[in-house]
Design a protein around this ligand. Structure first.
Ligand code: ZN
Length: 225
């Protein structure tokens, strides 16, 4: 017997741009610097919101909080859940706290495989995370997952300078330059992607489903001040 399944509806504004709130932006950047040159990763908490960007009211996904996982296995080219039960405890805790996980983030330390993009392995682990979340009842990620990628490179300066930071705003990505010591700093390129199902849920295991990746623009409050 064929069961009736709900169709996945993708509204025109389905691929919303991402707005990273001040506090979560600081946590994201710092967590990538903390474990350099290994990869950081974590969960993103947030919700749909409207923000005024460049004088226009825009429907965005607002990243309210970034939660860095503490129990991961980190190398310069990979980060995986080091402890699956710990990962599931995080998911269940957020579920009980009535907090919506909207996706995740991780870093690619230089030379980031030569280019700035999600790898095939990234998409595979995102699918596994979606599967784990759907199992405990987090429904939102069925429509798509937001992954923030922090491509990070350490910079050594010839001339000493004072501690400072600034942001460059590109068409979609953001670049953060941050000097942490007189002659040392970090260059972090932030990009945002929707990882979304191209097939209906329920017909096959999530890991066998086709997913697409779409890059969207990323904003932070400092750009619009
Ligand atoms: Zn990756």
């Amino acid at each position: 017997m064929r069961k009736r399944r709900k169709k996945i509806k993708r509204k025109p504004d389905g691929f919303r741009d991402v707005f990273i709130e001040r506090r979560s932006f600081r946590s994201l950047i710092t967590s990538a610097i903390e474990v350099y040159n290994r990869e950081t990763n974590g969960a993103l908490l947030g919700r749909n919101a409207v923000r005024e960007i460049n004088g226009r009211k825009m429907k965005v996904v607002s990243v309210k909080e970034a939660y860095p996982f503490q129990t991961e296995k980190r190398t310069p080219s990979e980060v995986i859940h080091g402890n699956i039960s710990a990962f599931k405890r995080v998911l269940r805790a957020f579920e009980s706290l009535k907090t919506e996980i909207i996706g995740g983030y991780h870093s690619h330390p230089y030379p980031y495989g030569g280019f700035v993009a999600l790898s095939e392995g990234d998409v595979t682990s995102i699918k596994e995370d979606i599967e784990a979340m759907v199992k405990i009842g987090q429904e939102r990620v069925r429509r798509g997952w937001i992954e923030l990628l922090l491509s990070i490179k350490r910079k050594d300066y010839k001339r000493p300078g004072k501690k400072e930071w600034y942001i460059c705003d590109y068409v979609k990505k953001l670049r953060v330059r941050l000097r942490t010591k007189e002659k040392t700093g970090y260059d972090v390129l932030v990009s945002a992607y929707w990882v979304y199902p191209k097939e209906k849920f329920g017909e096959k295991p999530i890991k066998e489903m086709k997913f697409g990746v779409k890059e969207v623009a990323v904003y932070v409050p400092w750009i619009i001040e």
